[in-house]
Design a protein around this ligand. Structure first.
Ligand code: SF4
Length: 475
């Protein structure tokens, strides 16, 4: 048993996919040069936005549902330890085994050992952000175990040795001819005459996956919700691949972020209305699979639940930032974000892209490791309006910007401004000096180096002819 003193730990370095190789502005610059990527993104986000908007408009109590979702999540975070212990007790009573993983290294070690004990050399996987976050596939491969992603888009990403670029549509950056090329290159047993017709591509994936489902004894999933009251886990998905993974194998291992616990069964009434409408634009989720421990003779006979922290306790410790843990991973904020629509997900470096990634990743890793992400936003507020659980992403962005390390020149200017602004006479003299500079003709729209970076993308405001103080004095 380990005793932690002080602040909870952030996600460790050197494991997982929460940190990019380069800062957001540089990665975004590369992405912006890819015209095909931008066309794919515009088409996909516009389509999902329109579909989602239509079904949300059908619900007269959408705003009340959002408030209810937000309130349930706030309640969960206020008594997280108690709810997690209740979940553990209920799962254990029903024949499951609960494991606690402080970070990605521990979670990967636990899952790898569990798979090893079954003797299996291959596992099937349901799409899961938590397992991508901790780079579980890489850990399994290093241990000689082959993970097979069964969600179609995740399969495309895996076969293409690529990275997901959207929470819900991980292969949003690929078009159909690229997908056909990936299948021809990497899918075992694929028909060499495969066309890029979407039904033909889906049929090829289905054939390959059916064989894999029927011949694999261990499955790994994430969880959308874990119900403390009953010990029930829930996975929602659209293709039925999740249902196959969660019911066919002998052993099921679920990796769940600790913030996914909800108090009661009836809470799903709220989230199962919010999630499909905000994410895929559907009234109801096509496949909602729920299970409670082990049922003799029905479904997996060995069930393990791995509860993952990996920086979440550190997020919880921040009163403003903890709202990010309300997220139900619907991806609505990505689909409305003008920055995401132009750069795509890879530029964010983390498995969590878009507005939620810009507030969640820096908190999980510590702001210094993802310092550019809180600035990857125009602060337009569209993400806040779209979020089904009312996460105030713009406020968290501003909060994190204050914690990010700032360049020395910016810090010096801010210190000088604070000094002048807290001394009325000095401030008045500075205003007069600015006015004189304006009269003397120095009305450039850019600042000189090292401050020129600030004006590279914005105009320097004109110094007004009359300051407020002058105006006031004249009266
Ligand atoms: S922050 Fe809100 S809108 Fe964005 S993915 Fe999470 S729940 Fe959805």
């Amino acid at each position: 048993m380990t005793t932690f003193l002080g602040m909870p730990a952030t996600a460790p370095r050197g494991v997982g996919h929460l940190r990019g190789d380069e800062p957001f502005p540089r990665a975004a610059h590369t992405a912006l040069a890819d015209g095909q990527l931008r066309r794919n993104l515009r088409h996909a986000t516009t389509t999902i936005r329109a579909k989602s908007g239509r079904v949300i408009a059908e619900l007269p109590d959408w705003q009340e549902l959002r408030s209810a979702g937000s309130a349930i999540k706030a309640d969960v975070l206020s008594r997280l330890p108690e709810l997690l212990e209740r979940l553990e007790a209920r799962v254990t009573e029903r024949g499951g085994v609960v494991h606690w993983a402080a970070d990605a290294n521990e979670a990967n070690a636990i899952v790898t050992e569990l798979v090893r004990r079954t003797g299996a050399e291959r596992v099937i996987k349901v799409k899961s952000m938590a397992t991508q976050e901790i780079a579980l596939n890489e850990a399994l491969e290093a241990a000689g175990i082959q993970p097979v992603e069964t969600d179609l888009a995740e399969l495309i990403v895996q076969l293409g040795q690529d990275r997901p670029s959207h929470i819900l549509v991980p292969a949003i950056h690929r078009n159909r001819s690229e997908i056909r090329d990936i299948f021809l290159r990497a899918m075992p047993g694929v028909d060499p005459g495969l066309t890029d017709d979407p039904p033909a591509l889906a049929a090829a994936a289905r054939r390959y996956l059916r064989e894999t489902f029927l011949s694999t004894r261990v499955a790994i999933s994430g969880a959308n919700f874990g119900i403390a009251e009953t010990g029930t886990l829930a996975v929602v998905e659209s293709e039925g691949n999740g249902r196959m993974c969660l019911t066919l194998p002998e052993t099921l291992i679920t990796v769940m972020g600790i913030e996914k616990v909800v108090p009661a069964w009836t809470d799903l009434e709220v989230f199962l209305q919010l999630l499909p409408r905000a994410s895929t634009g559907e009234r109801m989720n096509p496949y909602t699979t729920m299970w409670t421990g082990v049922t003799p003779g029905d479904g997996p006979q060995n069930f393990h639940l791995v509860l993952l922290d990996n920086g979440r306790s550190a997020v919880l410790a921040d009163r403003v930032g903890r709202q990010a843990l309300h997220c139900i991973r619907c991806s609505a904020c990505l689909n409305v974000c003008p920055v995401y629509e132009r750069t795509g997900g890879h530029a964010y470096g983390s498995v969590y892209p878009g507005p939620i990634g810009a507030v969640l990743s820096p908190q999980l890793t510590g702001v210094e490791d993802n310092a550019s992400l809180p600035f990857a936003s125009s602060l337009c507020g569209a993400c806040f309006d779209a979020c089904p659980v009312k996460i105030d992403i713009p406020s968290i962005l501003v909060h994190l910007r204050n914690q990010a390390p700032h360049p020395p020149a910016e810090k010096a200017v801010m210190r000088a401004a604070a000094y002048a602004m807290s001394r009325p006479r000095l401030y008045a003299r500075a205003q007069r000096a600015a006015k004189l500079a304006r009269i003397a003709g120095r009305r450039g729209r850019a600042l000189p180096p090292p401050l020129s970076g600030w004006t590279a993308a914005r105009d320097l405001p004109e110094v007004p002819r009359q300051t407020f103080r002058d105006w006031w004095a004249a009266r």
